[in-house]
Design a protein around this ligand. Structure first.
Ligand SMILES: NC(=O)c1ccc[n+]([C@@H]2O[C@H](COP(=O)([O-])OP(=O)(O)OC[C@H]3O[C@@H](n4cnc5c(N)ncnc54)[C@H](O)[C@@H]3O)[C@@H](O)[C@H]2O)c1
Length: 352
């Protein structure tokens, strides 16, 4: 059997799952090596999964000729540079979301991919979730007619440690969390978002303001063909990991989502209880695996990836517009060619 040699960069929570899937559940992949700036972590995961090579740098990973494709699961801030390096080394790439945290960096990454003639997939794994995929099949078959309203909710469960904000390696809520809903919005409505209006809060955690982040947000969207939308994101909803999406069409509507972890309900004289979904790794376990299998199959069979770099930059452009709306307190137009006032970092600096 032909196998795709893969190197994986960054083995934290997400990268480890990708490594496990590649090693155990994608027979057409050969996970050749793991790299992480925390070399001990790379060595530990390599040892756990019986992989021979582990490195402390991307450069060492890219120098390995058995590696034909690279999976990038480092923090968000390092995605664009890693894509540029992997592309220059001639490797195909699956990069976790977001593509980058500035539009300038995202454009640089896509140019590097184009120049090198390699392929890039961005990790919008919800498209592979069985429920979302089933919904999309119905939409593509015309069953709901013309989409009118898109509504999505993405609530993470646990309180992120303050170090996660202090580290300055990830974008704010719109880039880490809402980016998935931005991709769903474009994909499911089949149209581009043209305007965003942001309402945000740090009410229950005012210390986040100094990191220019928010606890929760509600965004209103306008699409080019006339549909409207609304997305709520919450960093610490406490009760569950709760992701749901509704799409209301001219002929019918679809609701995707459940807070139940399993279909079991526990019934006692005092009432009933259900186990609630508590983590993305369990809620989207099938999606991460299907995403990886699809990437590997497409690379081996010389097909384009199903989720492209263009998809990555278009979702990012919505995040940039949402952040600008949050900073300026008014609706903001989505522009794909760099933010009007410079990079997102510039905008953040100006907002201080
Ligand atoms: N698709 C999803 O549902 C999903 C879910 C969670 C995280 N993510 C994304 O995956 C990425 C990783 O998130 P995580 O939660 O695993 O983070 P994490 O902090 O748990 O892990 C990051 C890992 O990258 C390593 N690292 C940091 N800088 C590096 C560099 N420059 N080069 C090599 N390694 C480096 C760290 O040592 C760590 O092991 C992020 O981009 C995040 O947005 C996606």
């Amino acid at each position: 059997m032909r196998k795709l040699g893969i190197g994986l960069l960054g083995v934290g929570e997400m990268g480890r799952r990708h490594a496990e899937n590649l090693r155990r559940l994608v027979p057409e992949a050969r996970l050749v090596a793991i790299a992480d700036v925390a070399l001990d972590r790379a060595r530990q995961v390599a040892s756990d999964l019986e992989i021979d090579q582990s490195y402390a740098s991307l450069d060492d990973l890219l120098a390995n000729p058995d590696i034909k494709a690279v999976v990038i699961a480092t923090p968000d801030k390092f995605h664009a540079t890693a894509i540029c390096k992997a592309a220059a080394a001639g490797k195909d790439i699956l990069c976790e979301k977001p593509l980058a945290i500035t539009l300038d960096d995202a454009h640089t990454a896509l140019q590097a991919v184009k120049k090198a003639g390699v392929r890039l997939q961005v990790g919008f794994m919800r498209r592979y979730d069985p429920a979302y995929a089933a919904a999309m099949k119905r939409i593509e078959a015309g069953e709901i007619g013309e989409p009118v309203v898109f509504k999505s909710i993405g609530r993470d469960k646990d309180v992120p440690p303050i170090a996660a904000y202090q580290s300055n390696v990830n974008g704010m809520l719109f880039y880490t969390n809402t980016i998935h809903d931005f991709d769903l919005a474009r994909w499911m409505v089949g149209d581009e978002v043209k305007e965003v209006q942001a309402y945000t809060t740090v009410a229950i955690r005012p210390e986040l303001a100094q990191y220019r982040d928010v606890v929760a947000s509600v965004l209103n969207l306008k699409f080019s063909r006339g549909a409207i939308g609304n997305i709520e994101s919450h960093a610490q909803a406490m009760y569950a990991y709760d992701v749901r999406t509704e799409i209301i069409g001219s002929k019918a509507s679809i609701f995707v989502g459940t807070v139940a972890h399993t279909p079991a309900t526990f019934m006692t004289p005092g009432g009933g209880t259900q186990m609630l979904a508590d983590h993305f790794l369990t809620r989207f376990a099938d999606a991460y695996l299907a995403e990886m299998r699809d990437f590997v199959h497409n690379m081996l069979n010389d097909r384009p990836p199903r989720v492209s770099g263009e998809d990555g930059i278009k979702a990012l452009a919505i995040a940039v517009a949402a952040e600008e709306s949050h900073l300026q307190g008014k609706p903001y137009e989505v522009t794909h060619s760099g933010s009007r006032t410079g990079t997102v970092d510039d905008v953040r600096m100006k907002a201080v």
